[in-house]
Design a protein around this ligand. Sequence first.
Ligand code: ME8
Length: 653
Amino acid sequence: MCEKCKGNYYITTPIYYPSANLHIGHAYCTVATDTMARYKRLQGYNVKFLTGTDEHGQKIEDKAKEAGVTPQQFVDNIVLGEKGVLDLWKLMNISYDRFIRTTDDYHVAAIQKIFKKMYDNGDIYKGKYVGKYCKPCESFWTESQLVDGKCPDCGREVQDAEEEAYFFRLSKYADRIQDLLENTDYLEPRSRVNEMVNNFIKPGLEDLCVSRTSFTWGVPVDFDPGHVVYVWIDALFNYMTALGFENDKYDDLEAFWPADVHFVGKEIVRFHAIIWPAMLMSLDLPLPKKVYGHGWLNFNGEKMSKSRGNVVDPYVLSERFGVDALRFFLLRTFPFGSDGNFTNELLINTINVDLANDLGNLVSRTTAMNQKYFGGVLAVGGESAELDSELNALAEEVMANYEKHMEAFQFSNALSEAFRLIGRANKYIDETAPWILAKSDETKPRLLTVMKNLCECIRISAILVSPMMPDSAQKILDLLGVPENSRGWNARCYCADSEAVWNTSTGAPLFPRIDMEKELAALEELSKPAKPALEIEPYAEETVDFDTFCKSDFRAVKVKDCKNVKKSDKLLQFTLDDGTGTDRQILSGIAKFYKPEELIGKTLVAIVNLPPRKMMGRESCGMLLSAIHTENGEEKLNLIMVDDAIPAGAKLC
Ligand code: ME8
């Protein structure tokens, strides 16, 4: 079949709020979308994969104010800055085709036109908003929608809100939306349909407040200064403006709209399943074919957030485990439609079991045996056996099941299928025992076919895992010497007969085993809040009265001699000129901070009216003043040195 004739495929991720750094939970959806986009490309579709950032709203305006920068500077920094959103997607190997920022001029102008169109057709009207507003979620709620008086999405406090505002006639579309949700495949998984219908539609859909006047960081309503467009209207239409809707920047609307699927997190299904189709209906536009609401990843049973520190930082995790292993873990472990619990044990275990033991081992054993028995070249010839057809049949079955699961966005099931083949191939090695076949020339033809079957199983497995682990899959195919035209979806038919030839090589292990205990300890260390780089002694709570303080006699002293004290690794013995004409001896426990010769000739500060005391049998008359602090956990000390122009004996006060 011609790879070019499959048609167009448009897939999107939610556009991210650049209000904080992204954690691994955020990366989950984008990795899943990337996997789907790669899978569709592999099948020969002309894919458009859109992602981007949702940059308006009060939350951003507030955060920028806190940071002392303009909102634009604030979002620019998080989107474009070092380790920002763009850097993260590069690191995670996200193959998006287009990146939209809602602050892009073309998008802003398009939103103004869209808002005006809905105003002109009567679906947007001016009224007065009285209700509740959840600032963190940027959502308006009616009293009846609140749960225990709090935001039904995030459970936080809501504020009273009353202002002149524009409204969208959402209520008008209630029946059509209910029909869409209940009688089509628009929203998946199906469990989310009941949630939408029972929680939002059945209690009665009210008109939606779609403008704000209490802040300015948004798309201005151009025909009514002072109003900015509600951030969700601005955000949802990104899916179309990024294709050229109401703008000349792009020209892909006809080819790619309606979208094949919007992947979104479960908490924003409401916006995509109710508000989005209603607005499209208002403008008489085709609806996206599907919205898929994925589950949430928790961390150790609790809500994931950046405040959990490094252990949820995709940069840290990728650096420690590798990008492909991390991508693989996310998709292999958690069924896409349900919530999942991310733990470090699970992550390490998945890498060790699936990648190091099963896939990695299969590749390294096979390529090592090819090398050893055939110098890496599997030539024409061989001898088949019954067992081979079993492997062949399993491979065919796995490929069919894999496709079925991928079409349903069930990445973990799709990977389970791939690993069924990988597991079977490992068992095939034990059953065929190539090391025994290699002992005699008579069994060499059989050995040749065994190795061809193994290579073929690996080739197919690599194609199947390539959407999830693009780099590793290519490395495996490189090791097997698979030509470019045998790496695609259309080359997935099983072929290990006598005509097949292979030219393989060996390489370093693809997925080194991780020492669970050591790694957990290292991660534990990372999860501790970073020690402040600089610590100072707590201030004394007790006060000292002025007269007492004035009794302390501080003098400038010059170091005439300084030496280590025998049998002490702490003490330095100072001979000091204190201006009296008689040398003063002071012992100080600072040997770990200074070499004696460094100090000779320096002018220091001593308190000289302390009672003399004996240290290591020597008398110390006073104390030298120093400054102490802790830096990166290490104690630091600096003697107080004053200008050498100050004469010995000068009083300090
Ligand atoms: O919602 N597990 O942006 P956002 C799984 N701007 N997914 C998670 C997650 C977790 N722990 N934490 C966040 C927005 N997400 C809007 C979208 S679209 C027109 C506008 C997911 O940055 C979350 O479910 O708050 C959402 O799908 C995505 O990250 C972006 O979240």
